[in-house]
Ligand binder design. Structure first.
Ligand code: 13P
Length: 253
């Protein structure tokens, strides 16, 4: 059985290098004590190298990547990230879709480039508003768009995070999803993947949940959420809270 995967998405936090290194050091101390959970820390780009120096057991993640290098002012290529020791790259986060207008076709290019550079990619999908009980078709469309023409042999390096926007802690009125619903979402995602690439390939994709994950709900997501990991935002910025999340996840396995 694969380890439960916990990804700390720091987003554009903290604001100083000193605080980023302090947080990384503190989280690494928590990570060192625990077994059976794989931890990835995804700091902002400028802090990747200094944070990497603080990590031994935790792996390094990036929050995005462009699809190529060259004459693209301000962009960062997958090869550049790989050479810094980045192992996982988050692609298609809702904040990038919303604030930067990222489309499924751009996300598809980024997915291909990250996988070809030998890193794992964490594709984020999810609807903006909660509509009834069924997982909305937009989730399937986002997956089909993002994985278009990606060879199934690369599926084992793909994680898909079901991260509905209404559940993200910074969305006004946010509520965490229930483990029952994340279970339904994970079944739905498996069906979409199986339709695209067959059951075997679909089974090699790791499915994660994200949205207001905390020390209060992580245990139930591990046990009943049907997911192999979680993407954690705000709660990953606090050493004690994240430490507790890791401990609970490792015990709940
Ligand atoms: P929160 O855990 O703060 O809800 O953020 C979720 C998220 O967007 C992680 O990618």
């Amino acid at each position: 059985m694969k380890h439960f995967l916990l990804i700390a998405n720091w987003k554009s936090n903290p604001q100083s290098l000193e605080n980023a290194c302090m947080l990384a050091r503190a989280l690494e101390r928590e990570v060192k004590k625990i077994r059976g959970v794989e931890i990835v820390i995804a700091p902002p780009y400028p802090f990747l190298v200094p944070v990497r120096r603080e990590l031994k057991k935790a792996k390094l993640g990036a929050q995005d990547s462009f699809w190529t290098g060259g004459p693209y002012t301000g962009d960062i290529s997958p090869e550049q990230l790989a050479t810094l020791g980045v192992k996982y790259v988050i692609i298609g986060h809702s904040e990038r879709r919303i604030y930067h207008g990222e489309t499924d076709s751009l996300i598809n290019k980024k997915m291909k480039a990250v996988l070809e550079a030998g890193m794992s990619s964490i594709l984020c999908v999810g609807e903006r508003e909660r509509i009834g009980r069924d997982i909305p078709a937009i989730v399937g469309e986002q997956i089909r768009g993002a994985l278009r023409e990606i060879p199934p042999r690369l599926y084992r390096n793909i994680c898909i995070a079901y991260e509905p926007v209404w559940a993200i802690s910074t969305t006004p009125g946010a509520v965490p999803d229930t483990p029952e619903n994340s279970f339904r979402a994970s079944m739905y995602i498996r069906r979409v993947l199986a339709d695209m690439a067959g059951k075997k390939n679909s089974g090699s994709v790791r499915i994660l949940y994200g949205g207001s994950v905390s020390q209060m709900n992580i245990g139930s997501f591990v046990r009943d959420g049907g997911v192999g990991g979680a993407l954690v935002g705000s709660a990953s910025l606090n050493r004690k809270t994240f430490g507790e999340i890791i401990r609970i996840a490792s015990r709940a396995r």
